[in-house]
Design a binder for this molecule. Structure first.
Ligand SMILES: Cc1cc2nc3c(=O)[nH]c(=O)nc-3n(C[C@H](O)[C@H](O)[C@H](O)COP(=O)(O)OP(=O)(O)OC[C@H]3O[C@@H](n4cnc5c(N)ncnc54)[C@H](O)[C@@H]3O)c2cc1C
Length: 298
């Protein structure tokens, strides 16, 4: 049974913000509810107020921006992210991550905004959003402000959103020509399992076959999803060959900050990173080389 609460259903974004400011810490935002309701079920002492944001059209933007980027409202479901043809082509890692979330039912219900604001180190879309240089738009009493994904996560389950703010949308900047991206999720089971580890890569190759634009990010490899700056710096300008890619995996494994838990030891996580980081780089590289190269590798 859920603890008792009062359900609030604002009709506009400003009404939602006013309610968040008025009710303060006693109010929780409800999007798809696949994290929030599970947590409320497990607790005796839930929030006094639940703010249902599903009716807010302002959180449902979805599509290309005039500048050539992409925007997805906070209420965009994982199903939509995983199926959109433009997103699959341009931001493949994000579509791939969304496709890996839970089950079909969960993907139809759960939102990308909920995944981001839940801020679990294992959130599947978070690594790809970091690798794709996403920017999050928060809306609060002071209006809108933009927060780069890399500065959004403050700790496990914590974000830099202020009291009274909610996440409105995600902006994906225009991608560099010839960019390929990939997400590799390592879990104990193929279906309905959280990421034991995740690796994302987004990159381009120059005419000489060297890594040019490079982003690598890691999931469940620290208290928050993280970029891997030493790995990125190592790859940039180096030839896209197997010895380089394998060394990048070792560097990522060293710079990660995984902790041991009942799910796996720190050493095991570092070993796995040495495999999945190169796998993400290879996959992104094939995509950067074009559909023919990607198809040849299956
Ligand atoms: C069976 C099952 C399997 C799952 N599998 C996976 C998986 O494989 N990978 C994975 O990453 N996750 C998984 N999850 C977790 C969950 O489905 C995702 O994190 C999902 O994206 C949460 O979205 P939601 O809309 O349901 O969020 P909610 O539960 O509605 O909200 C989550 C949190 O974010 C806050 N919030 C929501 N929207 C906003 C907003 N716009 N602004 C500010 N705060 C907001 C809420 O207050 C709450 O604290 C699973 C969950 C279940 C129940």
């Amino acid at each position: 049974m859920l603890p008792p609460f009062e359900l609030l259903r604002p009709r506009t974004l400003d009404e939602a913000v006013a309610l968040l400011c008025e009710k303060g810490m006693s109010c929780k935002i409800l999007a798809g509810g696949t994290d929030l309701l599970v947590k409320m079920h497990e607790s005796f002492d839930g929030p006094a107020f639940v703010l249902d944001i599903k009716g807010l059209e302002a959180l449902r933007a979805f599509g290309e921006t005039p500048a050539g980027g992409f925007t997805a409202g906070a209420l965009t479901t994982h199903f939509t992210l995983s199926r959109d043809a433009v997103l699959k082509k341009r931001c493949t890692a994000l579509a791939e991550a969304a496709e890996s979330v839970g089950s079909l039912q969960i993907r139809h219900r759960a939102t990308v905004g909920g995944n981001i604001c839940n801020a679990a180190p294992s959130g599947d879309t978070l690594g790809p959003l970091l690798a794709l240089d996403a920017v999050f738009v928060a809306y609060g009493p002071g209006g809108s402000r933009q927060i780069p994904a890399a500065g959004f996560f403050a700790g496990p389950g914590r974000t830099v959103l202020l009291q009274g703010e909610l996440l409105k949308e995600i902006l994906l900047p225009p991608q560099e020509d010839g960019m390929g991206s990939a997400y590799i999720k390592f879990a104990r089971r193929k279906a309905m399992d959280l990421a034991l580890l995740g690796a994302s890569a987004a990159l381009t190759l120059d005419a000489a076959g060297c890594f040019s634009h490079v982003r690598v990010s890691l999931t469940t490899a620290g208290p928050t999803p993280m970029r891997a700056p030493e790995t990125e710096a190592f790859l940039k300008g180096r030839a896209a060959k197997e010895s380089v890619i394998a060394e990048a995996g070792r560097i990522a494994s060293r710079e990660a900050k995984p902790r041991g838990s009942w799910r796996s030891s720190e050493e095991y996580r570092r070993d796995i990173l040495e495999t999945i980081v190169p796998a993400a780089i290879r996959k992104a590289m094939l995509r950067a080389q074009g559909p023919e190269a990607d198809r040849r590798q299956g």
